[in-house]
Design a protein around this ligand. Structure first.
Ligand SMILES: [Zn+2]
Length: 248
């Protein structure tokens, strides 16, 4: 069982942790700030520093088969770190922050397009959501303006927890089955964009919509009679994302 510290503090970039399992999949730690791939958001990457100062890249982060377990994936050929070692995690912050900004932008997009979401995917510089909606409901320029108005308004983003039983009574809090947050622990996290959006979500978000920066609705594609794929991207000149030291 790994303590999922990114849930309480998405801005934390370093952490001391202990290796509990080291096997062919990678490393399981007692706690982590690395987000595991899920809910349409990619797994985090970064570095791990051993006690002797050796730096080991983490090339992906995944959920393990055991509930609550998070696996930090190493490139092939690394012998160690081993179980019991204390290591320092360093998150690839530029990449993660881009995911946080794009992910939060998706919440704004789903607030201005009040249709069921059937899928979604977040990348470093763009994101897409699939909506169950008719063709006429979406206009690229109008949507861009609406989302940017919410960005500029500087809405606070926060999280809170509810019981799964309560979530079952509140269907309105689950906008999408495709990117639904993990269940089974008895509690589910809600993400609130103050005055704009409230939904169950397990991802990482910025603390204020202004941090997203200007975005554009880049594409609206027809993916079937009732399915529109909407792609957003950072607007040209919008707060360029710092180039990462690692990859992505
Ligand atoms: Zn979210």
């Amino acid at each position: 069982m790994t303590a999922w510290l990114f849930r309480d503090d998405a801005y934390r970039t370093t952490l001391e942790a202990r290796v509990t399992t080291a096997d062919a999949r990678g490393l399981v730690l007692d706690c982590t700030i690395f987000y595991p791939h899920g809910g349409g958001q990619p797994g985090d990457t970064g570095m791990l520093v051993r006690e002797d100062g050796t730096r080991v890249p983490i090339i992906d982060t995944l959920k393990g088969e055991t509930r609550g377990e998070i696996v930090h994936v190493l490139p092939g050929g690394f012998a160690g770190p081993f179980a019991g070692e204390t290591v320092e995690l360093e998150l690839d912050w530029a990449r993660r922050y881009a995911h946080m900004r794009m992910h939060t932008a998706c919440h704004l997009l789903s607030a201005v397009l009040p249709y069921p979401v059937t899928g979604g995917s977040i990348r470093r510089d763009s994101a897409r959501l699939d909506f169950d909606m008719p063709a006429a409901a979406a206009d690229r320029e109008a949507l861009t303006a609406k989302v940017n108005a919410l960005v500029d308004a500087g809405h606070a983003v926060s999280s809170e927890w509810i019981d799964e039983a309560e979530l079952d009574r509140r269907e309105d809090l689950v906008r999408t089955l495709a990117v639904a947050p993990p269940r089974g622990s008895g509690r589910v996290r809600l993400v609130r964009v103050e005055g704009v959006d409230l939904q169950a979500c397990g991802g990482t978000h910025v603390a204020n919509t202004r941090e997203i920066g200007r975005v554009v609705v880049a594409k609206i594609e027809n993916k079937g009679r009732q399915n529109r794929r909407v792609t957003i991207a950072f607007a040209p000149g919008s707060d360029p994302v710092v180039q990462s030291n690692w990859n992505g």
